[in-house]
Design a protein around this ligand. Structure first.
Ligand SMILES: [Mg+2]
Length: 230
């Protein structure tokens, strides 16, 4: 059994503009400031983005925590609008993804999951926007499960145990993502990580973090499947 966990933004799809606008608008409504417009969102969880930005803006952790639910409700509401703005898609699928997912689903020993900083409601909306079936991902960890990404692999592992009735050892888990944070988050569990340079990091930048493999994109389906099943 292999548990294959995909990051969303920069890995399955690209929605940075829509996600960022929705978050900045939500921060503005709930905290009165968008935060630093040069702050990088990639590799971070939604709650981490809000906390780090609003700490920087001078809010206490207690205040930030007390407003997080309101903020995320505003964010999801705004994301719906951003993803369907003017009838044009606010997100696009990365090349090779449909074929790769179809191929992996054809392997009896593979369980698919998501490991993402998105809260679950945001993840569903982004996948819906690019026509990817959310329900094919069966053992997931989201940004609403924990604020810190390194805590998420154990969440997915626990959900896989509940789903499958068996323990999936860390070295049977594969994380695929576009940032150093994806590569590092499963280290404590012995997870294998594959980097893909369809986000903002180059193959060289990702390779410097010592993933099991790194790809420019996920279009070479057989090579990616081989790396996953290795
Ligand atoms: Mg990403």
């Amino acid at each position: 059994m292999k548990l294959v966990l995909f990051d969303i933004d920069g890995t399955l799809l690209w929605s940075d503009g829509a996600g960022r606008r929705a978050m900045e608008n939500a921060l503005l409504r709930v905290f009165g400031t968008t935060g630093d417009t040069t702050y990088r969102y990639d590799g971070k969880t939604d709650r981490q983005i809000a906390r780090e930005q609003m700490r920087e803006a001078g809010f206490t952790d207690a205040t930030i925590t007390s407003r997080l639910d309101d903020l995320l409700n505003e964010y999801v509401h705004g994301l719906d609008a951003e993803l369907s703005r003017d009838g044009t898609p606010g997100a696009r699928l990365c090349d090779g993804i449909p074929t790769l997912l179809d191929t992996l689903r054809g392997h009896a020993g593979v369980t698919l999951g998501l490991l993402t900083g998105n809260i679950e409601r945001g993840a569903r909306r982004k996948l819906d926007a690019v026509g990817v079936d959310f329900t094919q991902f069966r053992a997931n960890a989201f940004g609403c499960d924990h604020e810190e990404r390194p805590q998420l692999p154990a969440v997915a592992q626990r959900r896989a145990r509940d789903l499958l009735g068996l323990d999936v050892a860390g070295d049977r888990i594969v994380i695929i993502g576009d940032t150093p944070a994806d590569i590092h988050c499963g280290r404590a569990l012995g997870v294998r990580a594959l980097g893909v340079a369809t986000g903002r990091y180059s193959t060289d930048e990702l390779a410097a973090h010592d993933p099991a493999a790194v790809f420019a994109n996920l279009t070479e389906t057989q090579a990616v499947v081989d790396a996953i099943l290795a």
